[in-house]
Design a binder for this molecule. Structure first.
Ligand SMILES: [Zn+2]
Length: 341
C-alpha cells in the first residue's frame, strides 16, 4: 500500500480527535510547511507537474496555521535546532522552493502583510530567467502534445523516442519519466515540437529576478540554496552534489550575502549518502538543511523535514492532520526517525 493511501486512511480515523490533542500526542509542536507557488491560473510550465494552489486556498491555509500555531522567525528555527529539535510552543515556519516569480508577485505581499518571516530556496541557474528547469520544460512539452494537431511532428518524436504504435498518452508517460540526465533529450524534443524554451523564458519570466530576491531579503526574508539547477540528488554522483552546492553558494555569497547558510534539498534527500551531510556541515558550514519527508524526525541535528503542501489541492487542515495521524501510526513501529550512515 502506498504511503499516500495509508495517510488518507489514518486521516479518517483521526477525525474524531480534536486537532490540538492529536498534535500533543505526537509531541511534534514545530512544523515546517512548504510550497512552490500560489497562482489563480496555473502557468503552463507547472500545469502538467502539480496543481498550483489559489490565493484563497493559500490564505485559508495561513488562517488554519495561525489559529493552531504561532508564527516562527528564523531565530526560533535556529533555537529549535540548538535545543535538540524540541519546542514547547506550537510553531510553524513556511518556506518556498524553486524561486518562482509568484513568490514575489503573490506570496511576498501576503506574508509581509501578515508579518510572517519565511524562507525562499532558490536555484541560481534559474534566477533572472537564465534557464528553464528541466521539469518545467517537460510540462511545456506535455502541453504541446496535448494540443498539437501536427501529426508529422508527433511521428518524428516517436522515431526519436523509439516508440511505435504509441498514442500521445504513451509518449507523455515516457517524457514524464525523464530525468535531469535526460536534459539534452528534453531539449531535442522541444526542438522537434517547435517549442522555443528561450522565448518562453523571455516572455513569461517564470522565475524571480536577483533584484526581487534582494528586495525580499531586505524585508527580512531568508534566502537559501535549493542547489544550482535542481537535479534529483539520488540520481547524481556525490561529486556532482558537491558541485551543485558549491555553485549555488558561490552565487549566493557573491550576490545575496544571506544572513544564514541554509539549504533545501531539491525533490528529496532520500538515499543521499551520510558523507554528503558531512560535507554540508564541514565544508559549506551549513546552519540549517531541509528535507521534504513530512512530519518526521532525523538523527542529523541541523536537518529538518518539511511538509509538502501542494498535495492534490488538499487544504492545510487535512494535510497536517493526516501527517500527525501517520506519525502516530508509525510511532507504534518506532519508524518516525530517519537514521543515517
Ligand atoms: Zn524544488
Amino acid at each position: 500500500m502506498s504511503r499516500q493511501i495509508i495517510k488518507d486512511f489514518v486521516y479518517y480515523f483521526s477525525k474524531p480527535l480534536p486537532f490540538n490533542l492529536l498534535r500533543k500526542l505526537t509531541g511534534e509542536n514545530f512544523i515546517f510547511p512548504f510550497y512552490h507557488l500560489v497562482a489563480d491560473n496555473t502557468p503552463i510550465h507547472i500545469k502538467n507537474l502539480y496543481p498550483a494552489i489559489s490565493v484563497e486556498h493559500f490564505k485559508n491555509d495561513l488562517e488554519f496555521l495561525l489559529k493552531n500555531y504561532h508564527p516562527a522567525t528564523i531565530n526560533d528555527v535556529l533555537a529549535f535546532v540548538e535545543n535538540g529539535k524540541k519546542s514547547e510552543k506550537p510553531l510553524f515556519f513556511l518556506s518556498f522552493d524553486d524561486g518562482m516569480r509568484e513568490c514575489y508577485d503573490v506570496i511576498f505581499p501576503i506574508l509581509k502583510q501578515k508579518g510572517l518571516q519565511s524562507a525562499f530556496f532558490i536555484n541560481p541557474a534559474f534566477v533572472d530567467n537564465k534557464t528553464l528547469f528541466y521539469k518545467h520544460k517537460i510540462s511545456l512539452i506535455i502541453e504541446a502534445l496535448k494540443v498539437t494537431k501536427e501529426n508529422f511532428l508527433v511521428s518524428e518524436l516517436m522515431v526519436f523516442l523509439d516508440i511505435f504504435s504509441a498514442n500521445n498518452k504513451q509518449i507523455i508517460e515516457t517524457i514524464s519519466r525523464f530525468k535531469y540526465s535526460d536534459t539534452s533529450k528534453i531539449d531535442k524534443i522541444g526542438k522537434i515540437l517547435k517549442i522555443d524554451f528561450e522565448s518562453y523564458l523571455k516572455k513569461e519570466k517564470p522565475y524571480l529576478t536577483l533584484s526581487q530576491v534582494l528586495e525580499m531579503q531586505d524585508n527580512g526574508f531568508i534566502i537559501g540554496s535549493h542547489s544550482n539547477d535542481h537535479p534529483k540528488f539520488r540520481e547524481i554522483s556525490e561529486f556532482e552534489m558537491q558541485n551543485q552546492l558549491g555553485q549555488s553558494f558561490n552565487y549566493l555569497n557573491k550576490n545575496i550575502h544571506p544572513q544564514i547558510l541554509s539549504f533545501a534539498f531539491p525533490f528529496s534527500d532520500i538515499n543521499v549518502p551520510f558523507s554528503f551531510f558531512q560535507f554540508l556541515d564541514t565544508k559549506i558550514k551549513i546552519e540549517l538543511s531541509f528535507g521534504t519527508s513530512g512530519i518526521k524526525k532525523d538523527v542529523l541535528p541541523k536537518h529538518i523535514h518539511r511538509v509538502p503542501m501542494e498535495d492534490n489541492l488538499k487544504n492545510a487542515t487535512r494535510i497536517i492532520r493526516s501527517e500527525y495521524a501517520y506519525f502516530l501510526l508509525k510511532s507504534i513501529f518506532r519508524k518516525n526517525t530517519i537514521n543515517r550512515q
